[in-house]
Write a protein that binds this ligand. Structure first.
Ligand SMILES: NC(=O)c1ccc[n+]([C@@H]2O[C@H](COP(=O)([O-])OP(=O)(O)OC[C@H]3O[C@@H](n4cnc5c(N)ncnc54)[C@H](OP(=O)(O)O)[C@@H]3O)[C@@H](O)[C@H]2O)c1
Length: 321
């Protein structure tokens, strides 16, 4: 990505020197890399995503260890792994902090494992560390037909949760949300509060990647003791202010924020532990994640545009090369 841009026109596949691992890092021969809406936010130049330009996108990979940097032990050259990358994952060779790399269990393909570090870990941690889902609790999530949405739909029953309600921006996505596993799929229109209440009553856990644009709805459908996690800002720009304190106190509602990249940087052991857990869930077939392969690095820019337009469904990865 050569400079901040709204469309795919400044995204190019280029030959560059192979990156080498520094101290505490490994390089990885990438088998598959995950695509994420966050790549689009970086492409637009949203603050806090691209550290420099040109920016090399790609935050999650699976492949084999190519080279160990100084001080790395516990991993071996040629070992199949998955890992978080701080950019640069959509490439033939990527570099990762060794603390954020986990061995691939037998039977887990690189295509599926490439969705684990950012996407699956985000879904898991939102339900566990952030909102502490309890048995039987009802879960509501916005943008439910996307990558994180599909993963949350699968994880809720694994974690003992109850009814799952997913919202989508367009009626044309309702079938995608139902196919992803959501028990109730609803369009985010002016009738949403009434529709949620009539379908399931108040909800206990709300996963909201919509900036603050849906917070009034969230508070309207939150049960006493509910936890709301805010974890995105898809429109970019400055979000509207958070609700007044009185609405949280009066509603007995907890509001939390989440950043996978922030957690990986500040508490890598927690990110790595989540990565090992989701890889184990894939290995024992508790999770059966479907991914769409986009057909190589040359197709990445167009797929990012699909996500930018809100036309994506499920999770996209690319084989490399
Ligand atoms: N905090 C974190 O660490 C973290 C980690 C991963 C993902 N996320 C966030 O979680 C969300 C889902 O991520 P994903 O990678 O799985 O993406 P995705 O769901 O495949 O795509 C993003 C979805 O956001 C919705 N959307 C709402 N407003 C939009 C807008 N202005 N432009 C484009 N799309 C818009 C669309 O669904 P609807 O029309 O159905 O709403 C769209 O399909 C994203 O907002 C992402 O930033 C956050």
């Amino acid at each position: 990505m050569t400079e901040p841009h709204q469309g795919p026109e400044r995204t190019e596949v280029r030959e560059v020197p192979d990156p080498r691992p520094g101290e505490g890092q490994v390089s990885i021969d990438v088998g598959h890399a995950g695509l994420n809406f966050i790549d689009v936010m970086a492409r637009r130049g949203d603050p806090g995503y691209a550290a420099e330009w040109p920016y090399r996108p790609g935050l999650e990979v699976a492949g084999t260890v190519r080279e160990l940097g100084a001080g790395v032990d516990g991993l071996a050259v040629g070992q199949p792994v998955a890992g978080f990358t701080r950019g640069g994952g959509l490439a033939e060779v990527a570099v990762a902090d060794a603390r954020l790399v986990a061995p691939l269990p037998a039977g887990v393909s690189t295509a599926v494992a490439a969705a684990a570090p950012l996407m699956l870990c985000t879904a898991l941690l939102l339900l566990t560390d952030v909102t502490r889902l309890q048995p039987g609790e009802k879960v509501l999530m916005h943008s439910a037909s996307g990558g994180v949405g599909g993963a949350v739909a699968q994880l809720v029953p694994v974690l003992g949760g109850g009814v799952r309600v997913g919202t989508v921006g367009l009626a044309s996505k309702l079938d995608d949300a139902a196919a992803a596993g959501w028990d109730v799929a609803l369009v985010r229109d002016e009738h949403l509060v009434a529709a949620v209440r009539s379908a399931v009553g108040a909800v206990d856990v709300i996963l909201d990647p919509s900036g603050t644009s849906m917070i009034d709805v969230d508070l309207e459908v939150a049960a006493p003791g509910a936890r709301i996690a805010l974890f995105g800002n898809p429109g970019g720009g400055r979000p509207a202010p958070l609700p007044p304190l009185g609405r949280l106190i009066g509603g007995n509602v907890a509001l939390a924020g989440f950043s996978m990249s922030g957690l990986a940087a500040a508490a890598p052991h927690r990110a790595a532990s989540a990565l090992r857990r989701v890889l184990d869930l894939l290995a024992d077939r508790t999770l059966d994640l479907a991914v769409t392969e986009v057909g190589g690095l040359e197709r990445v820019a167009a797929t990012h545009q699909l996500l930018a337009d809100g036309r994506g469904a499920g999770k996209y990865v690319t084989a490399v090369p």
